[in-house]
Design a protein around this ligand. Structure first.
Ligand code: GAR
Length: 198
């Protein structure tokens, strides 16, 4: 049997997408990869509690020497694939180049709408409501040196309701798009990595 791809999940906040990946690992949707490590740039991230509860090793890296420390940790755990799941920092272009087609991100809109440097978290949904779009959703994509600009892997649409607040919309996009396409995308990419290696 082919060995599972070693995954690191980078987080900054609540970690509901990390939870979706942990659940997918348990229920067999994610079978070609294994979450070996969770890394956060925020020591208060609830995502770290989720890692701890599920016996997944975690590391906190602060801003100082971020790239250097990140590389060191990834190397020591032999990480092959990186998933950005609500990670708020922008990875340096030099780092991203070294991990070509080995980093993916989940973004809470249908790219190319409401994406790029200024759009993250609740801001994305506020912008969608302000524009008055009737459909929004989530996108998984490979990470390259352009923020939210890498090749799209999966997208899922979600309806916007008349009485939506940004919070209500965020919750619906998470439940009906993000938590579904992120585990599916991770499985898809891991399967391809295994294929490439054999
Ligand atoms: C998610 O909605 C994710 O798509 C978004 O932050 C939230 C993190 O929630 N990411 C971005 O906006 C990236 N540009 P979580 O910590 O509960 O997974």
């Amino acid at each position: 049997m082919n060995k599972k791809v070693k995954i690191a999940v980078l987080v900054s906040g609540g970690g509901t997408n990390l939870q979706a990946l942990i659940d997918a690992q348990k229920n067999g949707i994610l079978k070609s990869g294994k979450i070996e490590l969770v890394i956060s740039n925020n020591s208060n991230a609830f995502a770290l509690k989720r890692a701890e509860e599920n016996n997944i090793p975690f590391e906190i890296i602060d801003k100082k020497d971020f790239e250097e420390k990140l590389k060191e940790i990834l190397k020591s755990h032999k990480i092959e694939f990186i998933v950005l799941a609500g990670f708020t920092a922008i990875l340096p272009a030099s780092f991203v180049k070294d991990y070509d087609k080995r980093i993916i991100n989940i973004h809470p809109s249908l790219i190319p709408s409401f994406c790029g440097k200024c759009f993250y978290g609740i801001k994305v949904h506020e912008a969608a409501l302000k524009k008055g779009v009737k459909i929004t959703g989530a996108t998984t994509h490979f990470v390259n040196e352009i923020v939210d600009g890498g090749e799209i892997i999966m997208q899922k649409a979600v309806e916007v309701y008349e009485d939506d607040t940004a919070e209500k919309l965020q919750k619906r996009v998470m439940e009906f798009a993000e938590w579904i396409i992120l585990p599916q995308s991770v499985e898809k990419v891991c399967k391809n990595i295994i294929k490439e290696k054999s």
